[in-house]
Design a protein around this ligand. Structure first.
Ligand SMILES: *Cc1c(COP(=O)(O)O)cnc(C)c1O
Length: 481
């Protein structure tokens, strides 16, 4: 018998289960305040919001069923290159709970523990990257980039070179957010081609450098998963031209504890705590993109900076050259806590070991995929990731769709742009040898399927092949009723 309280397991549409007056939770009674006086009568709702009215169990099933329509790192291997989908240790959530009652408007004297965490995290990230000062404010990688480039702009302006330095150089293998950031900050973007070895072409760089260049944005290892071996020469040339060197450190997985951007000559770096430092991501946030700088750029950091005065932690707003505040309050504090817990649990040795294992896993998987018939265009020792291609005649898109049928999230596809039919694979250090071997076998199985199967996969996922143009241009983001 079907009753009102029955919920079909397949239906995620919670609105269909709404019944007037049904409740899962009783919110606390609103305090007796005159909201119209407080907020202005014109800002008050005239009708209640059309929210579904359901019992608690229906709500739990709604979200649980939605979660089962996803492939996430807690469900299956997720080798999404450039995104570092590593395991997010659950113990970090306990650290977050400890601070659950804190409010950002609290007086700093009553939030010393939180400020200590931020102070130590600034210091630890500075140590890991070889930078002298760090801000924890930016809310994501691209936001960190924008903050970093604004700091660079303020630096050149302070030396009277703001007008003259109008160009930011970006290699052709760069993550799309790099040129986007530079142009958002008002710079002209100039692309530097890669050489046949997959590294920055030094001749091309030399030709572009000059008194009109503000910075070059690089990532090392680059997006082909290769270490730029001529980085010291690149740094020397850049500084000789009066420009600064920006490090996209979204993925520090291959080098943390091993090598430091600061020692390579970089002046500014951003990190993605939601990649390298195990803060969960994939659903659009909340992330965290701290920025580290060399001492000469420290005066331009956003305010406030967490400082230690004697035994007391404080927020320093008195920084006249600061670019200002780039986010409300102090950044995504929950993300900062998880990264702090991760760093403290691993310690210096653990961080180093995790980088070594990330590189070992990537190289092992690269060899396994070659044995299965995949091509590797830049076939040398890779860092934390590598770029492969399916055999001639098979489309990368079909491989990705076929993998979904096998229960795996596909690697990053069609990126970097300089490799045709690219599959960018990043296994991370948290996967076992057996998982890598199973995945390689699944990849091999996919490319041996017949054409008909490949072109129509996946078969058993909640949605199959979407009209990608429509999905992009006219996404349906709400339930239509
Ligand atoms: C992910 C990534 C970014 C952007 O980070 P978001 O947090 O998504 O804004 C920038 N650069 C590289 C190399 C990345 O992998």
């Amino acid at each position: 018998m079907i009753t009102d309280t029955d919920v079909t397991v397949d239906s995620p549409l919670i609105f269909e289960h709404s019944r007037p007056g049904r409740r899962g939770v009783l919110p606390p009674r609103a305090p007796e305040v005159d909201l119209a006086a407080l907020l202005g009568a014109e800002n008050l709702r005239s009708e209640p919001p059309k929210l579904p009215e359901v019992d608690e169990l229906t709500l739990v099933r709604h979200y649980t069923n939605l979660s089962r329509r996803q492939i996430g790192i807690d469900v299956a291997f997720y080798p999404l290159g450039s995104c570092t989908m590593k395991y997010n240790p659950k113990v970090h959530e306990a650290a977050v709970q400890l601070f659950a009652d804190l409010h950002p408007y609290q007086d700093p004297s009553t939030a010393q523990g939180a400020l200590q965490v931020m102070y130590e995290l600034q210091r630890d990230l500075g140590e890991i990257t070889g930078m002298d000062a760090v801000t924890l404010q930016p809310a994501a990688g691209a936001h960190g980039e924008l903050t970093g480039i604004m700091i660079i702009r303020a630096y050149h302006a302070s030396r009277g070179e703001g007008e003259q330095r109008r160009v930011v150089l970006v290699p052709d293998s760069a993550h799309g957010s790099n040129p986007a950031t530079a142009s958002m900050a008002g710079y002209q973007v100039k692309e530097i081609p890669s050489g046949p070895d997959g590294e920055v072409n030094l001749e091309a760089l030399r030709a572009e450098l000059g008194p009109h260049v503000a910075a070059i944005m690089l990532t090392n290892p680059n997006t082909l998963g290769l270490f730029e071996e001529r980085i010291l020469e690149i740094a020397r040339l850049t500084h000789q031209a009066g420009a600064l060197l920006y490090y996209d450190g979204a993925n520090l997985n291959a080098i943390m504890g091993m090598a430091r951007p600061g020692d390579m000559g970089f002046d500014v770096v951003h990190l993605n705590l939601h990649k390298t430092f195990t803060v969960p991501h994939g659903g659009g946030g909340p992330g965290s993109g701290p920025v580290g700088v060399k001492a000469r750029l420290a005066p331009f950091l956003p305010v406030p900076v967490v400082v230690k005065q004697g035994e007391t932690y404080a927020l320093d707003y008195d920084r006249p050259q600061s670019i200002g505040q780039v986010r409300s309050f102090f950044g995504n504090f929950g993300a900062l806590l998880r990264a702090y817990a991760y760093i403290k649990m691993l310690g210096a040795e653990g961080i180093k070991k995790s980088a070594a294992l990330a590189v070992l896993n990537a190289n092992y998987l690269k060899e396994l995929l070659k044995a299965e018939g995949f091509r590797v265009p830049y076939d040398r020792i890779c860092m934390h990731e590598f770029v492969a291609q399916p055999p001639e005649g098979i489309k990368t898109l079909d491989v990705a769709k076929g993998l979904l049928e096998m229960g795996y999230h596909p690697p990053t596809v069609y990126f970097p742009l300089i490799v045709k039919e690219a599959l960018m694979v990043e296994p991370t250090e948290t996967e076992s040898k057996e998982t890598l071997e199973q995945f390689a076998r699944a990849m091999g199985e996919v490319i041996r399927k017949d054409k008909e199967w490949l072109e129509h996969a996946p078969y058993s996922t909640p949605v199959r092949r979407l009209d990608e143009v429509q999905a992009n241009r006219k996404p349906k983001l709400r339930w239509g009723g």
